[in-house]
Design a binder for this molecule. Structure first.
Ligand code: OSB
Ligand code: MG
Length: 368
């Protein structure tokens, strides 16, 4: 197959409520939506998970647009491709910019599966008919409000609760939650808010039987996490620090992490995500699928990836209604009793909803 045309839409969607982490608060979600077209007129869809500002990783909507327009599309257009794994090879002369690469590569995976008449899950080698899901809850004004939110999501069926922590809103928050919910699968995500100077505080988290603590130390660290893991009973899960299979290998060999949060965008695409999955499975490291407050297209890619067997913990891929009044796919992603049913239609298995897509598009670009 050959990619003959790429449409890039800049999107702006307002989330139902602000999402607060240790690095800031977001409510208007801006992102790029990509549509690739082959020589026969088949299309594939991808979503960039880069945010409008570089507080999670260094990528942004604008850096992604620059990379996609000026480097990645010129490499891809008109090239003969037999399998989506080749896209990463074509992009390998370009350093990092993983979210930009993953947005295009994901669209090619969707297109490839549609051409074969199989679901994206099947194309990746996944075999689950449904996936278990958890939820990530932002920092709240106070503990009472957080407890109320957690109860609401448990009532909706979510299987695992993740809460954000930051200095000043950590031990007391987790203690209060544990008292309110003694048996719920619970974890904390610090988004890099601590350093080894906080080791005594972080060790107090061992009291609360957390499933894991996600990315307590610097966003680009592997070494200090190994020092910390030796002092902690609670498993460390790396998120921001993992940009490739090579990073996973080093972190696992050093003892920096016992669980990996796989995000397709952060690692540069589905092919690399699958390689990470396979390496972790062979090495006894469970993985789960992280989220980036995606709209429906990105959510659909996460669902397909989560059908692989070593996705052991419920992921952060909640239903469309957790963030959006109206999503950009039909049907929307629905969670029932804490499960999402994996669609079996070809490709991502959800159709783009052109009406809502147009409504949320601020500008679009066509390349052919
Ligand atoms: O660290 O996993 C994270 C949201 C934005 C940036 C980083 C993270 C998150 C989440 C939310 O935890 C995941 C989601 O619900 O999509
Ligand atoms: Mg995280």
């Amino acid at each position: 197959m050959q990619i003959k045309k790429v449409t890039v839409r800049k999107m702006k969607m307002r989330m139902k409520e602000p999402f607060a982490t240790s690095f800031g608060t977001m409510q208007d979600k801006q992102f790029l939506l990509l549509e690739v077209k082959d020589e026969k007129g088949n299309t594939g869809w991808g979503e960039s998970v880069a945010f409008d500002a570089p507080w999670y990783t260094e990528e942004t909507v604008e850096t992604n647009l620059h990379m996609i327009r000026d480097f990645l599309i010129p490499i891809l257009l008109g090239k003969e491709i037999t399998h989506p794994d080749e896209v990463g090879v074509l992009f390998s002369p370009i350093r990092k910019n993983n979210m930009a690469k993953a947005a295009i590569e994901g669209a090619v995976w969707d297109l490839y599966a549609k051409r074969k008449g199989i679901s994206l899950a099947e194309a990746l080698g996944g075999n689950r008919e449904q996936i278990e899901v958890g939820i990530s809850i932002g920092i709240q004004e106070n503990l009472a409000r957080l407890i109320e939110k957690v109860q609401g999501y448990l009532d909706e069926g979510y299987k695992r609760i993740k809460v954000k922590i930051k200095p000043g809103a950590d031990i007391d928050v987790i203690r209060g939650l544990r008292e309110a919910f003694p048996n719920v699968p619970l974890m904390a995500d610090a988004n890099s808010a601590y350093s080894l100077d906080d080791i005594d505080l972080l060790k107090q988290l061992d009291e609360f039987n957390l499933l894991m603590i996600e990315q307590p130390l610097a966003y680009d660290d592997i070494f200090d996490h190994a020092v910390l893991q030796k002092e902690l009973k609670t498993p460390i899960c790396l998120d921001e620090s993992i940009l490739s299979l090579e990073d996973v290998r080093k972190a696992v060999e050093m003892g920096s992490t016992k669980v990996i949060n796989v995000k397709i965008g952060r690692v540069g695409g589905l092919s690399e995500a699958k390689r990470i999955h396979d390496y972790c499975m062979a090495n006894g490291i469970p993985v789960w699928c992280g989220g980036m407050l995606e709209a429906g297209i990105g959510r659909a890619h996460n669902i397909a990836l989560t059908t692989l067997p070593n996705f052991v913990f419920p992921g952060d891929t909640a239903g469309s209604s957790r963030y959006w009044e109206e999503d950009i796919i039909k049907p929307e992603v629905v969670v029932e009793d804490g499960f999402i049913t994996v669609p079996d239609a070809p490709g991502i298995g959800y159709s783009p909803d052109f009406q809502t897509i147009d409504e949320f598009t601020t500008v679009s670009y066509h390349f052919e």
